[in-house]
Design a protein around this ligand. Structure first.
Ligand code: BES
Ligand code: MN
Ligand code: ZN
Length: 467
């Protein structure tokens, strides 16, 4: 979809002009006020729309009034959701272009909402979904719109690759994509090189699959980087559970177990357009967790890159094993800050649902900054604890630790497991198991991948903030 900026919406010929209306207030269009308000008692409740044919009395063929609800309950997140609703309404009336003349601030969220609302994953459909071709925005700044477009591009990329079936989005495919991006130096390590680096935990997970594992390292840099950030995405291209195989219903969405990797790919793909003043490392240990004849087994003892040994208690707790080696790798790069993002635990889903992703880490100030950044960019993070008590259940009688512990507090138990592979660096772990993939449409999103984490990480890495 093409996005344009208009100085103002006066006398611009178009198919549809979209105007905003707070509950009980008026719109900027006299004609709409006359019909929607005076004749039809349109209330302008949040998300309600009212469509009016102008029959030649305006340069817009139609006016769409978009209800924003009560003015004192309004916020940018609501605008994003409303803008997506407006786009869906426009698509349903087969419109192809529209002018948005919304009498509010928060342009970035309006544009983001429009982009999210226009998204469909129809690559494999013979009959393609209807979409808008062009949207123009009046009243918003060029800068807000440009930023929203770049964030939208990263988001769409991440959603597309996470929505792809596992037969397409293989570790090799992720590696190929990583190598196709502008402005990055990318290296892909093959199985023998991964072995040489001592990543036996990662390798073990991938052994039951016929798809070869790929360790992907993308690097962005600039003239005077102010710091070194590493972002690591869980890249399990399919999680069958391995020999501790999942029941059919739990396996159904496991093509999406690389949503963390998809997020990192999306973020890295647009950095050259945002020019952050940092060195940014995007890292993905990509493989499939399958129960083939070479698969790792319960009871196996693995040695991770940092020398720590892990007894396999359950082969379905594979993400933390691949992340363990990736965290060691990022640590050895000398990063100042490490953020990992992963569809890691069903327990996080149980705790938070799709309303927020879980965040844990070893630096309170760092965590708070990430939580704030998420909020400013249309996402939610909720902190979960890393109390030392959670380590108890990971105790092993034959190795340094087990890969799973108690079912209770599972998101935090996974967190303290990961912490064993972190040394002297600020680290945050984001569990997106509940937010990465929706079974049914929610707010501005259709069912499927949401691109969880993309806006938070991009906001954190690339936007100027006062600290
Ligand atoms: N990929 C799953 C976690 C997951 C579950 C993501 C549901 C999205 C939706 C992960 O690898 C897994 O299987 N975790 C197990 C861990 C358990 C064996 C300790 C889980 O959460 O059940
Ligand atoms: Mn699993
Ligand atoms: Zn998994």
């Amino acid at each position: 979809m093409e996005i344009k900026v208009l100085e103002n919406a006066n006398n611009v010929p178009c198919e549809v002009i979209v105007v905003s209306m707070f509950e009980g207030e008026k719109t900027s269009q006299e004609l709409a006020n006359k019909f929607a308000l005076e004749k039809d008692n349109f209330e302008g409740k949040f998300g309600q729309t009212y469509l009016l044919h102008t029959l030649g009395q305006s340069c817009a063929e139609k006016i769409l009034v978009l209800g924003l609800g009560k003015r004192d309950e309004f916020c940018p997140d609501k605008l994003r959701e409303a803008a997506a609703k407006a786009v869906k309404k426009l698509i349903s009336i087969k419109a192809k272009n529209a002018v948005f003349d919304l009498d509010v601030e928060a342009g970035k969220q309006a544009v983001t909402g429009a982009l999210i609302g226009n998204y469909a994953f129809d690559k494999y459909k013979t009959e393609k979904a209807d979409r808008l071709d062009e949207v123009s925005f009046a009243r918003f700044s060029q800068n807000d719109i440009d930023e929203a477009k770049i964030f939208g591009e990263a988001l769409e990329f991440a959603r597309n690759i996470a929505n792809e079936p596992a037969q397409y989005a293989t570790p090799s495919k992720l590696a190929e994509l990583a190598q196709s991006f502008n402005g990055l130096e990318t290296r892909v390590f093959e199985r023998d090189e991964i072995e040489e680096m001592g990543m036996n935990a990662f390798l073990a997970v991938g052994r039951g699959s016929s798809q070869p594992p790929k360790f992907i390292h993308m690097k962005y840099t600039c003239a005077n980087p102010q710091k070194k950030i590493a972002v690591i995405g869980k890249g399990i291209c399919f999680d069958s559970g391995g020999l501790d195989i999942k029941p059919a219903s739990s396996m159904l969405t496991m093509k999406d177990d690389m949503a963390g990797a998809a997020c990192v790919l999306g973020v890295m793909s647009v950095l050259y357009k945002l020019n952050p003043q940092a060195e940014v490392h995007g890292i993905i240990a990509a493989c499939e967790n399958m129960p083939g004849d070479k698969a790792y087994k319960p009871g196996d003892i693995l040695t991770a890159k940092n020398g720590k040994t892990i007894e396999i208690d359950n082969t379905d707790a594979e993400g933390r094993l691949t992340l363990a080696d990736a965290l060691c790798y990022a640590n050895e790069l000398g990063a100042d800050e490490i953020i990992d993002i992963a569809t890691l635990t069903g327990a996080c889903c149980v705790a938070l649902g799709s309303a927020a992703a879980g965040i844990m880490g070893n630096d309170e100030e760092f965590i708070q900054r990430l939580i704030e950044t998420a909020g400013e960019n249309g996402e939610r993070l909720w902190q979960l604890p890393l109390y030392k008590e959670y380590k108890e259940s990971l105790k092993s009688s034959v190795a340094d630790m087990k890969n799973t512990g108690s079912r209770f507090g599972g998101a935090s138990t996974a967190g303290v497991f990961l912490q064993e592979f972190i040394k002297d660096v600020k680290w945050a772990h984001i569990d997106i198991a509940g937010t990465a993939f929706l079974e049914k449409p929610e707010k501005e999103f259709i069912a499927g991948s949401t691109g969880a984490g993309v806006r938070t990480l991009l906001g954190y890495i690339a936007l100027d903030r006062e600290e």
